[in-house]
Design a protein around this ligand. Structure first.
Ligand SMILES: O=C(O)c1ccccc1NCC(=O)[C@H](O)[C@H](O)COP(=O)(O)O
Length: 261
């Protein structure tokens, strides 16, 4: 079993356990339909920087990134830096995140928030809405086309933006549909952890212009952003490069200042 298969197997057990405690109808009853922020896709379309900054304590490829910060300070720091949106990892076992992180980030800022999770079930989408997310991530490598359609349509019904993530042309071809807002290309191979920004460059022409293009993972320089902009990317998801510092917000601010200078 590769790491992605392990994560998904654990996620299935986790979701089944949660459903046995709080049923989907009970969870749905706690959802407030009002949007808390503007659409991330819209913000990215109109931004010069395009930065989506991630809260990430650790990951399967990096056992420790930063365990000493609190999510409220990180969220406020990112918002003050002028990022377009914040990504909050909610997986506990592999990333040290939680739904508490999501709710605390939501309470700390009005910028669009992405629930970064391995979504395999509609329950997690209702949960994302209930805990204050504005955007969900769907990963093509772990979903069929039918699942992408059902999950993305549910997200749209709940007023959430959808970021669909691919890593190769086959995943892209299988996934394109109108219920997606943003197409993310993950530069990290989620099975081997190898990072290569060329993946974003090579897939960009194959992504229709209706979708906002987001390049994800392994981005650590302003030069890389300038380069990716030439390939029509409008969004850049950055985690480790900011989170490895003592003040991720300040790092994001310096980064953004350089991009727009
Ligand atoms: O980051 C990992 O090691 C990882 C491993 C397996 C599945 C997903 C993984 N990361 C999720 C992400 O997509 C990244 O956290 C995000 O794109 C930011 O990446 P980075 O800027 O390289 O921290």
């Amino acid at each position: 079993m590769n790491i992605l298969e392990k994560i998904v197997a654990d996620k299935r057990k986790e979701v089944d356990l949660k459903k046995s405690l709080i049923t989907l109808p009970q969870l749905e009853a706690s959802v407030m339909m009002e949007r808390t922020s503007v659409s991330l896709a819209e913000v990215l379309r109109n931004s010069n920087s395009g930065i989506i900054a991630e809260h990430k304590r650790r990951s399967p490829s990096k056992s420790v990134i930063n365990q000493s910060l609190n999510v409220q300070d990180v969220a406020k720091g990112y918002a003050d830096a002028g990022v377009c949106g914040m990504s909050v990892l909610t997986d506990g076992k592999y990333f040290g995140g939680s739904l508490d992180d999501l709710v605390l980030a939501r309470a700390s800022t009005n910028i669009p928030i992405l629930r970064k999770e391995f979504i395999i079930d509609e329950y997690q989408i209702v949960e994302a809405k209930a805990y204050g997310a504005d955007v969900i991530l769907l990963i093509a490598a772990i979903l069929t086309r039918e699942e992408i359609k059902t999950l993305s349509e549910l997200a749209k019904d709940l007023g959430l933006d959808v970021l669909l993530e691919v890593h190769n042309e086959e995943e892209l071809k299988k996934s394109l549909m109108p219920s997606l807002d943003m197409l993310g290309v993950n530069n990290r191979n989620l099975k081997s952890f190898e990072v290569d920004l060329e993946i974003s460059k090579s897939l960009s022409k194959k992504i229709p212009d209706d979708f906002v293009k987001v390049s994800e993972s392994g981005i650590s320089s302003v030069e890389a952003i300038r380069d990716l902009k030439e390939f029509d990317y409008q969004g850049f998801l950055i985690g480790e490069n900011f989170m490895k510092t003592d003040e991720p917000g300040k790092s994001a601010k310096k980064f953004i200042d350089k991009i727009i200078a």
